[in-house]
Design a protein around this ligand. Structure first.
Ligand code: NDP
Length: 319
C-alpha cells in the first residue's frame, strides 16, 4: 500500500514515516528541499527506506505541487504546517501556508481514484481557543471548537491558522466527497528523530534550562510515538471518523519542570523557569474517543525521560 506524508522531515512526521515503513507501507514523503541533508538523511536511514521511501519536493504555497506525491496513494497524511507561536506577520508566516497549503493538498487528493482517507494533523489549538471557562472539573472533548474571532482578539495566531485550516478542510472534503479524519494533539514530546529542535521540543528545553521564563500555563502533553501511531490507526480503522483529541496529562509548566527534576535528579533545576502564578486553571481532556484508536497512552513520566535522553544525546542538554 502506498501512502503520502507531507512535511516528512518534521518531528511528528519523522516518527510517522518510520512507523509506516515498519508496518510495510511504501511512503511518498514530501519535503521542501530534497537535497537538504539535515532534513532528509535521518529519513533515508529508516528500516525499509531504501526499498519503500520516495522523496518529493513540495511547498505548501505552490499550487499543484502535491499532485505527483499523492499519485496512487490510498492514504494521505497532511502534517506540514508552520508550527510556531511567534510570528511577525501572522498572515504570511502562519495563516496562508496553513490554510492555502491544506486546500492545495486536498485539491490534489480530490483527483485521486486510489484515495481511501486523508488524515489531517490539526492541534488542540483548534479545539481549546474559544474563551470558554476552565477549571479542573471541565472536560474538553471533540465537541469543542476554537473560535476564529476569539483567536484574533487575543492574538493567538498559530491557533487561528490551525482553526481556519481545519474549517476549510471540512468544507472542502464535504463538497468533494473525501473521507477525512483529524488528529488534535497538544504539546508533543518524546524522542527526536530529526537533528534539529521543533517548536514543542524547544519549549521543553527552555523550561528545563530556564533559558527563558514562560507563563505558567496549563498545558497538555502527549508522546510523539502515540501521535504518530494515532495517525496510522485513524487511517487503518475504517470506522474512525471526525476529530480526535490527543492529550495524556494536563500539567502546569511549573509542575512539568518539578516532575522532570524528580525523574532526572542530575538535571540541574533552573532557578527561575516560569512566571509566578498559574495563569490558566487546569482542565481535563477526554481520552474516550482517542481510546477507540486502540492506543495505550505513554505516561508523561516516560515521555519526559525520553525527551531528556534525546536532548542529551543530541547535545541540546549538557549535564
Ligand atoms: P515541525 O516544525 O517539526 O514540522 C512542521 C513541518 O511542516 C516541517 O516538515 C516543515 O518543513 C513543514 N512546513 C512548514 N511550512 C511549510 C511550507 N510552507 N511548505 C512545506 N512544508 C512546510 O513540527 P511538528 O512535527 O511538531 O508539527 C507537525 C504538525 O503537527 C503541524 O501541523 C503542527 O501544527 C502539528 N502539531 C504539533 C504539535 C507539537 O507540539 N509539536 C502539537 C499539535 C499539533 P521544514 O522542515 O522544511 O520547515
Amino acid at each position: 500500500k502506498v501512502v503520502c506524508v507531507t512535511g516528512a522531515s518534521g518531528y511528528i512526521a519523522s516518527w510517522l514515516v518510520k512507523l509506516l515503513l515498519l508496518r510495510g507501507y511504501s511512503v511518498n514523503a514530501t519535503v521542501r528541499d530534497v537535497n537538504d541533508s539535515k532534513k532528509v538523511d535521518h529519513l533515508l536511514k529508516f528500516d525499509g527506506a531504501k526499498e519503500r521511501l520516495k522523496l518529493f519536493k513540495a511547498d505548501l504555497l505552490e499550487e499543484g505541487c502535491f499532485d505527483l506525491a499523492v499519485e496512487g496513494c490510498e492514504g494521505v497524511f497532511h502534517t506540514a504546517s508552520p508550527s510556531f507561536l511567534d510570528a511577525n506577520d501572522p498572515q504570511t508566516e502562519l495563516i496562508d501556508p496553513a490554510v492555502k497549503g491544506t486546500l492545495n493538498l486536498l485539491k490534489s487528493c480530490a483527483k485521486l481514484p486510489s484515495l481511501k482517507r486523508v488524515v489531517l494533523t490539526s492541534s488542540m489549538a483548534a479545539v481549546l481557543s474559544n474563551g470558554q471557562p476552565r477549571s479542573p472539573e471541565v472536560i474538553v472533548d471533540e465537541t469543542w471548537f476554537s473560535k476564529p474571532d476569539f483567536c484574533r482578539e487575543v492574538k493567538l495566531w498559530y491557533a487561528l491558522s490551525k482553526t481556519l485550516a481545519e474549517e476549510v478542510a471540512w468544507k472542502f472534503v464535504k463538497e468533494n466527497n473525501i473521507d477525512m479524519v483529524v488528529i488534535h494533539p497538544l504539546y508533543v514530546l518524546g524522542p527526536l528523530l530529526q537533528p534539529s529542535l521543533n517548536d514543542s521540543s524547544a519549549t521543553v528545553l527552555r523550561l528545563l534550562t530556564g533559558a527563558q521564563t514562560s507563563p505558567n500555563v496549563a498545558a497538555g502533553w502527549i508522546n510523539v510515538k502515540d501521535v504518530a501511531n494515532a495517525h496510522i490507526q485513524a487511517f487503518e480503522i475504517s470506522s474512525a471518523s471526525g476529530r480526535y483529541c490527543l492529550v495524556e496529562t494536563v500539567t502546569h509548566f511549573s509542575d512539568f519542570v518539578k516532575i522532570s527534576h524528580e525523574l532526572c535528579p542530575t538535571l540541574p533545576l533552573p532557578e527561575k523557569f516560569v512566571m509566578d502564578e498559574p495563569l490558566t486553571p487546569k482542565f481535563q481532556v477526554s481520552k474516550e474517543k482517542a481510546k477507540t484508536l486502540v492506543i495505550e497512552f505513554i505516561p508523561l513520566q516516560v515521555s519526559i525521560k525520553e525527551i531528556v535522553e534525546s536532548l542529551k544525546e543530541k547535545k541540546f542538554l549538557n549535564f
